[in-house]
Structure formats: structure tokens, C-alpha cells
Write a protein that binds this ligand. Structure first.
Ligand code: GLN
Length: 196
């Protein structure tokens, strides 16, 4: 498979930027709003945005269980920022009724960097990405408080975990789709290519 089809969950968030980053890294991106559309994709990106809203919309649109099943089936999923929150098995500083799709055995703290500094950029070294650090754009970003034995920490910033992979699920606190450097998307597209 040379050109995998990768969905971008389009309930809420910065969908367009991810579609562009996927196109730039050799994948066919397509917005996904309905459960049936999950059948036609090889992998899924969950964008940045607002995870409480995304969680509510997933329930309203009947996407919560289908997305959990998608992750459980071992399909590749990449979450950025709010998307990282959505692939966490457990949250801190979230509303009681906030749901996640899960996939990574980790505890993610919402708005963790946000309280200190609403938005900032930093050079981030990501394990498995050659060519030097990537530009990390953090916007009211979460961090990973702790990970389980199966999860691999790929990057830290200021002592906090900001990129994690467990099996076919990848998550970053920051937004590579907002920069011109799409090496993290290239890594994800590679994961998808190796899965199908
Ligand atoms: N703070 C947001 C949330 O909790 C995430 C911010 C982002 O995706 N840029 O959902």
C-alpha cells in the first residue's frame, strides 16, 4: 500500500491542517464524522481542539463506542493535544463526565502547560524522528503525568512527557500540523503503512 487512507476525526478541532499535513506526507486524508466512515480508513488522526466538546460530540454522534472499538482493533491512531487527551485511558483535571476513546495506558493532565503559559513553542527531540528536534507548538496543552509499562515515552519537555506511543497509538501534547515540519505525521503514516 503506497498511499494509505487516513481519516481525521472532524467533530471539532483543527481538521484542515491535519488533512494538509497528511497530503504532504504521502497519505490520502479524509474527514470522518460518522461511524460508518471508520470502515473505509487505514488509520485515524484525532486533532487538537477542545476535548470536552469533542467528547460530548462523540456521544451525540454515536461515535464513542465505534471509536473505542477502532482503537481496540489495533488500527493506528494519532492524537495531537486534545487528541492526546482522547486517547488516554485516564485523565486529571477533566470534568467527571468527560469520556475518552482510550488506547494508551497513561494519565494525562488537561491544560497542564496552559496554566503556566497559555501558548508557547519549543524544540522537541522525538525518539524515532531523525534530523534534529521538531518545532513543538503547545496551546493550552496537556502533559502526561505517568505511563504504564506498555507505553513508550518518545519525548519530554521541561521534565514532562509530551509524546508517547503504545502499540499503534501515538500521541503528542503539541501540534505538528501547525508547522511546516511534518516529520511526526510521516512517522504516523509509516505506522499505518506497516499495519495494513
Ligand atoms: N486544552 C484543550 C483540551 O483540554 C486542548 C487544547 C488543544 O488541543 N490545543 O481539550
Amino acid at each position: 500500500m503506497t498511499t494509505p487512507t487516513i481519516g481525521v476525526l472532524a467533530l471539532q478541532g483543527d481538521v484542515r491542517e491535519h488533512l494538509k499535513a497528511l497530503a504532504d506526507t504521502g497519505a490520502q486524508g479524509r474527514p470522518v464524522r460518522r461511524a460508518e466512515e471508520l470502515d473505509a480508513i487505514d488509520g485515524l488522526v484525532i486533532p487538537g481542539g477542545e476535548s470536552t466538546t469533542m467528547s460530548k460530540l462523540a456521544v451525540v454522534f454515536g461515535m464513542l463506542e465505534p471509536l473505542r472499538a477502532f482503537v481496540r482493533a489495533g488500527k493506528p491512531v494519532y492524537g495531537t493535544c486534545a487528541g492526546m487527551i482522547m486517547v488516554a485511558d485516564k485523565l486529571l483535571d477533566a470534568r467527571e463526565d468527560q469520556e475518552t476513546f482510550g488506547g494508551i495506558d497513561m494519565i494525562v493532565r488537561r491544560n497542564a502547560f496552559g496554566r503556566q503559559n497559555e501558548s508557547f513553542e519549543a524544540a522537541i527531540d522525538v525518539a524515532g524522528i531523525p534530523g534534529g528536534p521538531v518545532e513543538g507548538v503547545f496551546i493550552r496543552a496537556p502533559w502526561v503525568e505517568s505511563v504504564g509499562a506498555e507505553a513508550e515515552v518518545l519525548a519530554t519537555y521541561d521534565g514532562h512527557t509530551v509524546a508517547v506511543r503504545q502499540g499503534n497509538v501515538l500521541a503528542t501534547s503539541f501540534h505538528p500540523e501547525l508547522t511546516g515540519d511534518h516529520r511526526v505525521h510521516a512517522l504516523f503514516v509509516d505506522m499505518v503503512r506497516h499495519t495494513v
